[in-house]
Design a protein around this ligand. Structure first.
Ligand SMILES: [Zn+2]
Length: 423
């Protein structure tokens, strides 16, 4: 694969910062014509930026819709030549990657307390602001870069390798990364249009308030989710509903002290009546229904939601629901526990074939701050028969182990860094 200098104005063939040339494919025709950026993840990795930022930048510059990179397919509506995109990418690099001070591309982004996007330069140490008036700046503020714990881990490993006499200098890692394709890849964020617009609690609260003034007569209506659902969806959904009903019955028995008239069952019934595609059911309608039934603050609601909202596509279904889920789950530790219990049940019982994806599922939940790190670690500590039978719980926790280990290690790195700060 041909590489080019990240700064195309630098003609030095030995310039150390390189990236792949954009490779794009035009697919479809007529109104459905679209451009697929085949190697976006590699390019974004070379720039140490999440691919979604790059594709959104293109979208804003071209006034075109973009998708969310599901299954690593990064798509811009319309026909756009690779050369044109490459030119646009220069703008992205200048505005969002290069240190404003020394023009070095080895920077990472952070959000300052006063809501500015800052490029932190690893070469010269300067912190330079990104222009807040750029459209992508708004997007980044709403979908901030992950505090990249993996990056810290890399740092730790680099430290280790240095002490082992390895001459790997700090600066060389961006090349290394683009070579081996992992390194400090930012966890892929399947943020979509909705998450972009309603990703935060505040935003969601505002959206609800706005919606409360409207009549929701249009029901599911047209929506932004262009996801296709396959034909087996119905069958799986039916199975899931049965499981859900059983779970709800159990809950109702277990929680008789609350003396309710099974509002969870009513919610389930309502949810099922909304249509076949889970993604089509609007967050606001869900929240309003929960309110109607007096369930929006109940600690069992997160469990029921985990089992309603997700199916085999759970990996990409989490981010779009983050705003609403945070609003409901943020209430207490018990809510967090119930949500993880719902996930445990969904994957352990309904979709055991998804067990290998559980680390990714948990990562997405953690990444979107739907459930806290502490709650996840606590949940992972031991098997429990609270939500599933003990054998299933064991299987689930074992499947979660890689993520739990990662989380713990990231945590240790954090405290290590804190120690350093204290010195
Ligand atoms: Zn610099």
């Amino acid at each position: 694969m041909a590489t080019i200098n990240i700064r195309r104005d630098v003609t030095d063939p030995f310039y150390r910062y390189k990236m792949e040339k954009i490779l794009s494919k035009i697919e479809g025709k007529g109104n459905g014509i679209k451009s697929v950026i085949v190697n976006l993840p590699s390019i974004a990795n070379s720039l140490s930026r999440p691919p979604i930022y790059v594709v959104k930048y293109f979208g804003f510059e071209l006034g075109a819709q973009t998708n969310t990179g599901d299954h690593d397919r990064w798509i811009i509506n319309g026909a756009h030549e690779a050369t044109k995109l490459q030119d646009l990418l220069d703008g992205f690099i200048t505005k969002f990657v290069l240190c404003k001070e020394c023009q070095n591309p080895e920077t990472d982004l952070s959000i300052s307390k006063d809501q500015n996007i800052i490029r932190n330069c690893k070469a010269c140490g300067q912190r330079t602001k990104v222009d807040p008036r750029l459209k992508l700046s708004g997007y980044i503020l709403k979908n901030p870069p992950q505090k990249d714990k993996k990056d810290k881990k890399d740092k730790k490993e680099r430290k280790k390798s240095k002490t082992n006499g390895d001459e790997n200098k700090e600066g060389s890692n961006s090349e290394e990364d683009s070579k081996n394709g992992n390194g400090h890849v930012q966890p892929t964020s399947n943020l979509d249009q909705y998450a972009a617009e309603a990703g935060s609690d505040d935003e969601f609260t505002r959206t609800i308030t706005d919606a409360a003034n409207k009549i929701s007569a249009d029901g599911a209506g047209e929506d932004q989710h262009a996801l296709t659902t396959d034909t087996s969806e119905k069958a799986i959904r039916a199975r899931q509903n049965n499981e859900l009903t059983a779970a709800i019955e159990r809950l109702a028995l277990a929680e008789e002290e609350e003396g309710e008239d099974d509002p969870y069952g009513q919610f389930d019934e309502w949810f099922r009546a909304q249509g076949d595609k889970l993604e089509d059911v609007d967050d606001i309608d869900i929240y309003k229904k929960l309110q109607d039934l007096g369930l929006e603050t109940k600690h069992k609601t997160p469990q029921v939601l985990a089992q309603c909202l997700f199916n085999k596509d759970i990996v990409k279904q989490i981010a779009p629901r983050a705003g609403m889920l945070k609003k409901i789950i943020g209430a207490s530790d018990r809510h967090e526990r119930a949500f993880l219990g719902g996930i445990e049940r969904l994957i352990g019982k309904d979709y055991p074939e998804l067990l290998p994806s559980l680390p990714t599922v948990l990562h997405n939940i953690y990444d979107k701050e739907i459930v806290s790190e502490d709650a996840i670690l606590k949940w992972g500590e031991k098997a429990s028969k609270r939500y599933v039978d003990t054998a299933t719980s064991k299987k689930v926790k074992a499947a979660a182990a890689p993520f739990l280990t990662w989380l713990q290690e990231a945590d240790e790195d954090d405290s290590e860094d804190d120690d350093e700060d204290d010195e």
